[in-house]
Design a protein around this ligand. Structure first.
Ligand code: G3P
Length: 218
């Protein structure tokens, strides 16, 4: 299993509307044998990007909703139908109450949608591991969007999260994110026992996103 590099486009101006597909097409040219590259475009651009590129696409969120009388909801079943392969859940910018999260994870599993559940602390990670997601991403809120990588600021907690999660759910792979911005950050994350990273602002905001990403994945 190659380490996962999950690029969260959020709703950065450089990555929304028509720019989402333009950015995705630039990034699909970045070939890598070392990593599994996945992108998570904004919800309104999901299908266009999924259909328009060869990249694997995850949603930034999924609701507890089926096909039917659900207004303003993102359903796992519909995401699967449009070719989305997985979903981020409980990102610190889109938290989900635990009882609801538990039901969403079950629905994602039913529709074979890969789950990447975010945790802002070791305590939260310990709880979330009990849901046995495919991935658990440790992302301390205070480092998100910043210049200091979580791998530099919280190496001990990352290693602890890997240890704790493994004891609770052997199938769950741990990721980390927040401030990740260099090849060294990715290497350090892997040395600490994670199976990859989430990356937000540095790629869409780079002068040349594809060149920047290529260097990070070298
Ligand atoms: O989901 C990943 C994201 O929260 C990390 O953001 O901008 O610190 O890389 P950033």
């Amino acid at each position: 299993m190659k380490p996962l590099i999950l690029l969260n486009f959020k709703t950065y101006p450089e990555a929304v509307g028509k720019k989402a597909l333009i950015l995705a097409k630039k990034l699909e040219k970045v070939k890598t044998k070392k990593y599994e590259l996945v992108i998570a475009p904004s919800l309104p651009t999901l299908e266009e990007v999924t259909v328009g590129t060869s990249l694997t696409v995850y949603s930034q969120h999924t609701d507890l909703a089926g096909l039917g009388a659900y207004t303003g909801k993102i359903s796992a079943e519909e995401l699967k139908k449009i070719g989305v392969r997985g979903t981020i859940l409980n990102h610190s910018e889109r938290k989900v109450p635990f009882p609801v999260l538990k039901k969403i994870v079950a629905d994602c599993k039913k529709h074979k949608l890969i789950t990447v559940i975010c945790a802002s602390s070791l305590a939260e990670a310990t709880e979330i591991a009990k849901l046995k997601p495919d991935y658990l991403a440790y992302e301390p809120i205070e480092l998100i969007g910043g210049e200091v990588s979580v791998t530099k600021a919280k190496p001990v907690i990352i290693a602890k999260a890997v240890e704790v999660v493994k004891k609770i759910s052997t199938k769950t792979k741990v990721l980390c994110g927040a401030g990740v911005h260099s090849r060294e950050d990715i290497q350090k994350a892997l040395q600490l026992g994670t199976k990859g990273v989430l990356i937000g602002h540095v790629v869409p905001k780079a002068k040349d996103p594809a060149k920047f990403l290529k260097e990070m994945l070298r």
